[in-house]
Design a protein around this ligand. Structure first.
Ligand code: ADP
Length: 430
C-alpha cells in the first residue's frame, strides 16, 4: 500500500515537473497534451493489470499468476507468496483431516458427533452401519429422528454421561453399548460398541455354568446320601468315621457351591422370571427372622426396624435370598456378641434395606471388587464360615434385575453397612 501511494506521488511530481519544463520550452498546450497522454497510458496500464488480476481471481492457480510490471510486479509477488502459503496450510489441513478420518475408521467402535441439539454432524462408517445413517440425508438431523429409541433419547437429554447404556437395534438385530462425552462447544461424541458377539459369548458361558451345575447336582446328591448313611453305620471304626465325616463336609460345601451357581445363573437370566410379584414385606421379614434365628443361634444382638407399610414389586425368591445373604454375611463376619441393625424404610422415595454390623470390616481397596464372583477378602475365613464367594455377586445381580443399587460402606475393624436400594417405581403401599 505504501508503495502504491509513493509511486503515485512520484508519478504526479514527475508529471508536474514535465509540464513545467515542456511549457517553458514549447507552450502550455503541448505540455497539457503530453501530461494527459501519459496519464492516460498510466490509467490504461493499471486497468490492464486490474483486468488480469480479476481474471486470475476467477480461477486462481500458481501457474497462471501474471508477473506484472512496476508496482504490479510487487503486488503479484505478494499475492504469489500468500497464495502459496494458503495452499500449503490447506494441504496440511487436508492431510490431518484424512489422517483423522482414517483413524476414526480404524477404530472398532462406531463414532457419532452431534451438536447441542443432538443433530448428527459426523459419523464413521461403523456407526453408519449400526444405525443405518445416510451421510447425505441424515446429517444435520436429530439422531432421535434417524434412530427411534426412548432410552437413547432420554440418555442424551439427561446429559449424565458417567455411565453407558445398552440398547437394541431391531432392524439389524444388534445390541449396542452407548457412551457419550462432551467435546468442543457443548457438542457430544457418542461411542457405540456392538455387543452381539460379547453377549453371545456371555450367554454361552452362562449356559455352560448352568448346565454343568445341573449335571453335577444329581451325582453329588447321591454321593452325599451314601456318605450320610455310612457316617451313621455303627460298625465303622473311629478313623474311617473321621474320614467319612470330612468327605461329607466337603460334599456339603460342593452342594452349596452348586446351589449358589444355579441361583446366580437364574438371577442373571432375563427371561422366564416374574420380577413383578407383590412382595409383602411383613411376611418376608417373618420368614427372614425365623431363618436368621437358626443361623445366629442367639450369639449376636440383632435389632430390627422394619416399616411394614413399604411393600415392593419383585421376585420373592430373589429378594429373599439377597436379604438373607447380606444378613448372614453380617453374622459370619462379626465376632460373637456383635450388634447387627436391620432396617427397611423409605428414604428419598426409594425403599432401602440396610444392614449395619460392628464386625471385622472390609479394607477400602477391596470395596470396589467385593461383589465380583469368588472375590473374598480373606479366603480362609470365608470358607471356614461356610461361604462360597458368590453371595454378594448374587445380591448385585438381584438388585440390577430390580433396577436397584447396592451401596457398601465399611471400615476395617469397625464394621460395615450394606444398603440395597429399590427405586420408587417398585414401591407399592397396601
Ligand atoms: P462369601 O461367601 O465369601 O461370604 P460373599 O460374596 O458373600 O462371599 O462376600 C464376599 C466377601 O466380602 C467375603 O468373603 C468377605 O470378605 C466380604 N464381606 C461380605 N460381607 C461382609 C461383612 N458384613 N463384613 C465384612 N466382610 C464382608
Amino acid at each position: 500500500m505504501q508503495d502504491i501511494r509513493w509511486s503515485t506521488f512520484w508519478f504526479l511530481v514527475l508529471e508536474i515537473f514535465i509540464y513545467l519544463i515542456l511549457s517553458s520550452i514549447f507552450n502550455q498546450k503541448i505540455a497539457i497534451i503530453f501530461v494527459l497522454a501519459t496519464l492516460l497510458i498510466f490509467i490504461v496500464l493499471h486497468i490492464f493489470w486490474i483486468h488480469k488480476l480479476n481474471k486470475w481471481i476467477e480461477s486462481p492457480s500458481l501457474k497462471n499468476l501474471p508477473n506484472g510490471t512496476g508496482i504490479w510486479e510487487n503486488i503479484f509477488a505478494k499475492l504469489y507468496r500468500t497464495y502459496r502459503q494458503q495452499k500449503k496450510s490447506q494441504t496440511q489441513l487436508t492431510t490431518t483431516l484424512d489422517q483423522f478420518n482414517q483413524a476414526a475408521e480404524a477404530i472398532n467402535d462406531g463414532i457419532i458427533a452431534v451438536n447441542e441439539d443432538n443433530e448428527i454432524l459426523w459419523s464413521n462408517k461403523k456407526a453408519q452401519k449400526m444405525f443405518n445413517i445416510n451421510r447425505k440425508k441424515d446429517y444435520n438431523q436429530p439422531i432421535s429422528y434417524i434412530f427411534r429409541n426412548t432410552d437413547l433419547s432420554s440418555y442424551l437429554l439427561k446429559e449424565d454421561y458417567e455411565k453407558s447404556i445398552n440398547i437394541h437395534n431391531p432392524t439389524n438385530k444388534i445390541d449396542i453399548e452407548i457412551k457419550a462425552t462432551f467435546f468442543g462447544d457443548n457438542h457430544k461424541l457418542i461411542t457405540c460398541r456392538d455387543l452381539t458377539l460379547l453377549n453371545k459369548a456371555e450367554n454361552l458361558r452362562k449356559d455352560f455354568v448352568s448346565n454343568f451345575s445341573h449335571e453335577l447336582k444329581t451325582p453329588l446328591t447321591v454321593i452325599s446320601g451314601f456318605l450320610e448313611t455310612l457316617e451313621d453305620q455303627k460298625t465303622i471304626d473311629a478313623e474311617s468315621k473321621k474320614i467319612i465325616s470330612l468327605m461329607s463336609k466337603q460334599a456339603f460345601r460342593m452342594k452349596k457351591l452348586i446351589d449358589d451357581l444355579l441361583l446366580l445363573s437364574n438371577v442373571e437370566s432375563d427371561y422366564l422370571r416374574n420380577r413383578s410379584e407383590k412382595i409383602i414385606i411383613k411376611d418376608m421379614f417373618r420368614k427372614i427372622k425365623t431363618e436368621v434365628t437358626l443361623v445366629n443361634q442367639e450369639k449376636h444382638n440383632i435389632i430390627y426396624s422394619i416399616n411394614n407399610e413399604i411393600n415392593i414389586y419383585g421376585s420373592i425368591s430373589e429378594v429373599y435370598s439377597a436379604f438373607m445373604n447380606i444378613l448372614t454375611n453380617a453374622i459370619r463376619y462379626s465376632g460373637d456378641a456383635g450388634e447387627i441393625k436391620v432396617s427397611w424404610n423409605k428414604i428419598n422415595n426409594d425403599a432401602i434395606f440396610e444392614v449395619t454390623d460392628n464386625g471385622i470390616g472390609i479394607p477400602e481397596d477391596h470395596l470396589t471388587r467385593i461383589t465380583e464372583r469368588f472375590y473374598r477378602v480373606d479366603e480362609d475365613r470365608s470358607r471356614e464360615s461356610g461361604g462360597t464367594g458368590l453371595g454378594l455377586s448374587i445380591v448385585k445381580n438381584v438388585m440390577s434385575q430390580h433396577q436397584g443399587d447396592v451401596r457398601i460402606a465399611s471400615e476395617l475393624n469397625t464394621g460395615s453397612s450394606f444398603k440395597l436400594i429399590f427405586p420408587s417405581e417398585r414401591i407399592y403401599t397396601k
